[in-house]
Design a protein around this ligand. Sequence first.
Ligand SMILES: C[S@@+](CC[C@H](N)C(=O)[O-])C[C@H]1O[C@@H](n2cnc3c(N)ncnc32)[C@H](O)[C@@H]1O
Length: 355
Amino acid sequence: MQTPAAPIPSAQPLMDLVTGFWASKVLAVANKLNLFTDLCESGGMTVSEFSQRYNIQPRPAEMLLTACAALGLLEKRNDRYTNSQLSEHYLVRDNPLYFGGWIEMADRREYPAWMQLEKALRNNCPQTWDPNKQNSLFDAEDPELVHDFWEAMYALSITTAQKLLQVIDFSTTRYLLDVGGGGAAFDIVFCKRYPKLKSAVYDLPFVCELTRPKIDKAGLAKRIVLIEGNFFTDPYLPYGHEVILLSRILLDWNEDDCQMIIEKCHRALVPGGRLVICDQFVNDSKDGPVGAALMSLNMLIETWGRNYTGAEYGSWLKKAGFTRIETVQFDAPAANGAIIGYKSALSSMPIRYET
Ligand SMILES: C[S@@+](CC[C@H](N)C(=O)[O-])C[C@H]1O[C@@H](n2cnc3c(N)ncnc32)[C@H](O)[C@@H]1O
């Protein structure tokens, strides 16, 4: 007996994949126009008001506003367009959860570089910088690009940090070290949540300079310190912290570098301390999830690293000496979970860091 043929699947998922960049560009352009911030201030606009304000003819003006509404970025009542809840929370400049930094960087830096995806696959080489001229993407000298990059990291991390707090309890932690802490988004969110927590952002000197105003603006200069350093050239990381955070650090580096950084973290933690690795983890079966798999290709475009699996992290943590390993899952823009390595309470005191 013949088995019935499986029904032919719809081609719609393919259409959605092919046109993904249309939606991405609509968001990027509307954000660049400052539309969401202007709508927040003005309380709404008709097509004709939009057309006059941005000097865009009525035909394209109507098309853009219609697309923004269709994508859930705007709402239309009568003939006026206003921000949706999503845009009001994340796309209005100066809001604490402003996401536009990442939109700007994705559009200006990642979008052109992804045009070179095939080249990146064939050459196994980053596309956003020249490996003959720079050691890593963090050697960039263009000030505009540097500004864009860390604004993007901050935008991604400010919401991710809040999600991490929902699954990990830091109420007993007094000292946290945020290795490669970038814009200090995690430290700001954590210190606001836990009034007794003190935190240190350890990052490259020029990044610390960029981060200082964010800490000052948050009014946390007395509780978040900046430590200039380089985890490749410093023999030890600053010691004496109960928690070390690595948020979206190891995906930038190759496997040997990851092992080395994890070992330095283990050495620097107090006995009984925790290393929290927060990232987008690829499944151990290496068939998803989509966000991590695509971020991994973004790492092909940007770095010598990739998004690693929980099993890979587990083996590095064990090799570094962590005695217990836990995993928590959550859903955030820049992470789908965290892997926590516990340092034995019986280990010797960490090595003092000489500045
Ligand atoms: C992808 S960003 C993540 C930033 C931050 N942890 C977050 O999640 O928002 C990587 C960070 O690693 C820092 N970094 C890169 N190389 C470093 C090094 N050799 N030593 C210390 N930090 C470094 C970068 O400056 C940057 O802030």
